[in-house]
Design a binder for this molecule. Structure first.
Ligand code: ADP
Ligand code: MG
Length: 253
């Protein structure tokens, strides 16, 4: 059994007097898909944002491939990494947001090529890679389209291609289909499904429970900043142990 790709231990985070994460422990094995479900405000986005250090945990840590994100562990204490070092760590952790977050004044290909270019790739190489990745997410020929010329589903697929361009070790998805019209949800889930089949390690927050059942190795139910229940997707979604999980599932379904 190899070490997990992601190891989260004792992760706590407060905003002012409000504690949003009360000590999260979670492992994600290499090549596995973990889906996080839970009510609005339960801390799901904060958890994802701590994984790539968009939020700094108050205590506890996130390790990806054995490296603590954002900190050097020195003699049992955590010392902050330099912004440059954090950027290096973050570059291998793709993140796909609910609102796509593309650069509106750049074409699809430029959005995808941006990361590799700032990491030192030549413009020609990065552009060729962008074309291939756009093709991979079903956007052949859309290289020169601006975000406003694309549907929400197409924009989200550009965002996924952009994440892939950095050859990520891990991709975080925060409700990737919540902002989409219903008829566009399937095309985005299809791309994520393909990545799961290719054994990309992923941590996905979604309310799409049918999709979760299909692609997740593990489903984690979070409520009020705590993991209430986690386990194989079928077990958690079909026969949850905890009353709070049951109540959530019956409200969502
Ligand atoms: P979820 O994604 O499960 O809906 P979030 O992680 O976004 O939950 O938020 C959890 C709680 O933390 C909410 O009460 C939210 O208002 C609060 N919160 C999130 N980010 C911030 C912030 N930057 N400043 C203050 N409060 C925040
Ligand atoms: Mg959220």
């Amino acid at each position: 059994m190899s070490a997990p790709a992601v190891r989260i231990r004792g992760l706590r985070k407060s905003f002012g007097s409000a504690t949003v994460l009360h000590g999260i422990d979670l492992d994600i094995a290499e090549g596995e898909v973990t889906v996080v479900i839970g009510p609005s405000g339960s801390g799901k986005s904060t958890l994802l944002r701590c994984v790539n250090h968009l939020e700094r945990p108050d205590s506890g840590f996130v390790e990806v491939d054995g490296e603590v994100i954002g900190y050097h562990p020195t003699g049992g204490r955590l010392r902050e990494r330099s912004p440059r070092d954090v950027a290096r760590q973050r570059s291998r952790i793709g993140m796909v947001f609910q609102q796509f977050n593309l650069f509106g004044h750049r074409t699809a290909a430029q959005n995808v090529a941006e990361g590799p270019i700032s990491a030192g790739a030549s413009r020609a190489d990065a552009t060729a890679t962008a074309t291939a990745l756009l093709d991979r997410v079903g956007l052949t020929g859309k290289d020169d389209a601006y975000p406003r010329q694309l549907s929400g589903g197409q924009q989200q697929r550009v965002a996924i291609a952009r994440a892939l361009a950095q050859q990520p070790r891990l991709i975080l998805f925060d409700e990737p289909t919540s902002a989409l019209d219903p008829e566009l949800v399937g095309e985005v889930l299809g791309v994520i499904r393909d990545l799961a089949a290719e054994r990309m390690t992923m941590l996905i927050v979604t309310h799409e429970l049918g999709f979760a059942r299909e692609v997740a190795d593990t489903v984690v139910f979070v409520d009020d900043g705590r993991i209430v229940e986690s386990g194989p997707a079928d077990a958690v979604l079909t026969s949850p142990v905890h009353e709070r999980t049951r109540a959530f599932l019956s409200a969502v379904l």
